[in-house]
Design a protein around this ligand. Structure first.
Ligand code: GLA
Length: 410
């Protein structure tokens, strides 16, 4: 090979590299952005648009001091209401100067200085759901702005999207984010209207599966003409789509309402079930007013480990009898998480013979025959060992509560 040929090769290689970098197709492996379901805190459920820098800095501080970060929560996400009502004269989004007098970059730096990742919100349509400027027609400039602030996570909503094609709209924003070169988790929040579980996995890492949750377990409550979904409403809409979730791409049954007014039993059940679903865990409560009970729920490491299990298998409703449901989630090492949910309307005592029920989950290819294999039982809430699967399992279970155990081979 002569020197000219070698030089040509170098030039061609450099040109190719530049072309790839410029088009943003220096493909990030987007599955690596969320190998397990993202965990964090989001401002919407408790504060709606009533957010501002001092309040949020207090939330950041409480996030750390309460042990949320130590328990694995990482993202701090500003939802709707952070912007000024208009873009500036250059068409750029600006943080509301009254709410964020020091600007968004300074706030993002504050979040990062505490070892957390920073998330923000916007909408695919012309406006956000609360009426602030949406991203439609500004995808690339907004993505570049977020990257310049150090945004690590974007929740992208679906209001004012009349006439838009959901698949295209989310794809364009996804490409705009990828083109920044900054790894940014992309949360598709189009409420499951266009079955994002079927097409969303190359675009983002999580997609909402339903409309909005409210702090209600079973009985919907209407406020200001609006009726959010209850925990059980949402639970009942997850079972048929579990095959679409897995490492890097998650069904998102909406953010947590733990600590926002349900009973402790209901909060525990809600949290346990979301972990059984391998759901993203986005706390949505006032971290400055965290009670011991709420903290113990949100930071239960054994229950969180079920959610964060590396296999990323979404749990399934295995069996239901007498108002009790049994949810099962296969875990690494042949372990199983089992969650008994009492939705019967009265306190009950479980009386469950493991050996009478085979498990055969074709989706995860998991089979268990308890007559052949014995498992130890660990209660993930009481932190007690409860014998083995050779004995009939007898446990009290209050109404709207769970008994959640981890089974490990003996
Ligand atoms: C939609 C979303 C919510 C929240 C609000 C903000 O309703 O589904 O999670 O982001 O918009 O306006």
């Amino acid at each position: 090979m002569n020197f000219i040929a070698l030089g040509m090769r170098r030039i061609i290689f450099t040109v190719l590299l530049l072309a790839v970098a410029c088009t943003g197709t220096f493909a990030q492996d987007i599955t690596m952005l969320a190998p397990t379901p993202p965990m964090g805190w989001n401002s919407w459920n408790i504060f709606q648009t009533n957010i501002n820098e001092p309040l949020l800095k207090q939330m950041v501080d409480s996030y750390i001091s309460s042990g949320m970060k130590d328990a694995g929560y990482t993202y701090f996400v500003l939802d709707d209401g952070w912007m000024a009502m208009e873009r500036d004269k250059n068409g750029q989004l600006v943080a509301d100067p009254k709410k964020f007098p020091n600007g968004m970059k300074e706030f993002a730096d504050y979040v990062h200085s505490k070892g957390l990742k920073f998330g923000i919100y916007n909408c695919a349509g012309t406006k956000t759901c609360a009426g602030y400027p949406g991203t439609r027609g500004h995808e690339y400039e907004d993505a570049r702005l977020y990257a310049s602030w150090g945004v690590d996570y974007l929740k992208f909503d679906w209001c004012y999207a009349e006439g838009m094609n959901a698949i295209e709209a989310y794809r364009v924003m996804s490409q705009a984010l990828k083109a920044t070169g900054r790894p940014i988790v992309f949360s598709l929040c189009e409420w499951g209207s266009h079955r994002p579980w079927v097409w969303g996995k190359d675009d983002g890492q999580l997609w909402r599966t339903t409309g909005d949750i409210g702090p209600y377990f079973d009985k919907p409550v209407t406020k200001n003409g609006w009726t959010p979904l209850t925990v059980l409403n949402i639970l009942d809409r997850q079972d048929s789509i579990r095959q679409y979730a897995g490492p890097g791409h998650w069904n998102d049954p909406d953010m947590l309402e733990v600590g926002n007014g349900m009973t402790v039993n209901e909060d525990r059940a809600h949290f346990s079930l979301w972990c059984m679903l391998a759901a993203p865990l986005m706390a949505g409560n006032d971290l400055g007013k965290l009670t011991e009970q709420t903290k113990n729920i949100l930071t239960n490491k054994d229950v969180i480990a079920v959610d964060q299990d590396a296999l990323g298998i979404e749990g399934f409703r295995y069996y239901a009898f007498d108002g009790i449901e049994i949810w099962i989630k296969p875990l690494t090492g042949g372990d199983l998480a089992v969650c008994f949910l009492n939705r019967s309307g009265r306190a009950q005592t479980l009386n469950y013979d493991w050996t009478a029920h085979l498990i055969n989950d074709t989706t995860s290819k998991t089979s268990v025959d308890f007559t052949q294999t014995t498992f130890k039982i660990r209660d993930l809430w009481s932190k007690k060992d409860l014998g083995t699967t050779q004995k009939v399992f007898k446990q009290p279970i209050p109404n709207y509560d769970v008994v959640m155990v981890r089974l490990s081979k003996q």
